[in-house]
Design a protein around this ligand. Structure first.
Ligand SMILES: *[C@@H]1O[C@H](CO)[C@@H](O)[C@H](O)[C@H]1NC(C)=O
Ligand SMILES: *[C@@H]1O[C@H](CO)[C@@H](O)[C@H](O)[C@H]1NC(C)=O
Length: 324
């Protein structure tokens, strides 16, 4: 998709922090110091103080609140390891399967598959090609079952985790099939919109749906998902960003910015598509990312930003809603 990002950064609402009651106290221009006037002055001062206390505590409270919203952490990355990745794999779903293997779902009609891949060599250990009509998308592993969704359809498939034999198909409650992840109990799903779904793995119906937001902006194009330490991490389609989302309310609690990976592959002359695919090795705390048609898969670590961003996160990571 061409075209620049047209999102404008919303001007931060200016709060008045200039309340200085001392400067606004009326000056008494009277020589009279009758007890009646003194009492009136005292009442006035008390009322003003009370107002000042209310205004100041309101300001303090609302600045705490806005700090909570603004404090989404922004990370860059460090590459720890590089592994070979099938440059013909249009990666749409990725997860770590234990024992140095990855389970991967690939897209494009006629090229879609579910596969088990050796991490170190990138070699395909088991390959199940999908029928031409299906465009493979997100993949997740719950128990011994792999769940996969497909693009532009409400149909998904369940496979045996060990031999990738297709066990059954299902219909899900999202508008499309883009990403899947699991916390070991329920599934999380994305459909390319700004919605993060909680899916019942028995029925594949949506139990909850949160609109993912960052500083009040909807985060569209939620793509491949991974569940990491009580957060749902999502590739944002057409960006070099991963959003770290609270599954509790859909708020973005952090961003991982990794433009250098795609840039490096492009400058080396590789014909690649976007960043997509996050896998987490819970045992060894290893984090892997790759992309569509990328010849490499990277093990990365997060680190604090080392240089200032070239543009606000809103411009780098929020992409306009796509319509298919
Ligand atoms: C782990 O992978 C190796 C190499 O593919 C294989 O020989 C071994 O049986 C696997 N172990 C388990 C527990 O799956
Ligand atoms: C795949 O594994 C399942 C259970 O683990 C088994 O029932 C099935 O027969 C296996 N299929 C093949 C083709 O080996």
């Amino acid at each position: 998709m061409a075209g620049g990002v047209s999102l404008r950064k919303k001007a931060a609402g200016k709060r008045s922090n200039h309340f200085k009651p001392q400067q606004q106290q009326p000056t008494m221009h009277t020589s009279s110091n009758s007890p009646f006037r003194t009492r009136k002055t005292l009442i006035l001062v008390s009322v003003l103080s009370a107002v000042a206390v209310i205004v100041l505590s309101w300001n303090t409270w609302s600045s705490f609140r806005s700090d909570a919203v603004v404090s989404a952490q922004i990370y860059s990355i460090e590459v720890v390891n590089e592994f070979p990745h099938d440059p013909a794999a249009f990666t749409q779903g990725l997860l770590y399967g234990g024992n140095d293997t990855l389970l991967e779902s690939t897209g494009l009609n006629g090229h879609s598959s579910v596969r088990e891949v050796d991490l170190q060599t990138g070699k395909i250990k088991i390959l199940k090609n999908m029928e031409y009509e299906y465009f493979g998308e997100g993949l997740t592993l719950l128990g011994k079952r792999l769940y996969q969704v497909t693009w532009l359809r409400n149909t998904g498939f369940i496979y045996d985790r060990y031999n990738l034999t297709k066990l059954k198909s299902f219909t899900h409650g999202m508008k499309d099939g883009w990403g899947l992840a699991t916390d070991g109990k329920i599934l999380f799903g994305s459909d390319g919109s700004s919605s993060l779904y909680h899916l019942n793995p028995r029925t594949m119906k949506a139990m909850k749906e949160h609109v993912v937001k960052y500083k009040g902006h909807e985060v569209h194009n939620l793509n491949e998902l991974e569940y990491i330490n009580n957060e749902v991490w999502a590739n944002i389609w057409q960006s070099d960003c991963i959003a770290r989302i609270s599954p509790v309310d859909g708020s973005v609690i952090g961003w991982v910015l990794l433009p250098e990976l795609r840039a490096e592959l492009l400058s080396a002359g590789h014909k690649i598509d976007v960043l997509n695919g996050i896998a987490w090795d819970e045992d060894k705390k290893r984090l892997f990312v790759t992309g569509k048609l990328w010849p490499k898969l990277y093990e990365i670590k997060l680190q604090p930003l080392r240089k200032p961003l070239q543009a606000p996160v809103e411009r780098l990571c929020l992409t306009p809603p796509a319509h298919f």
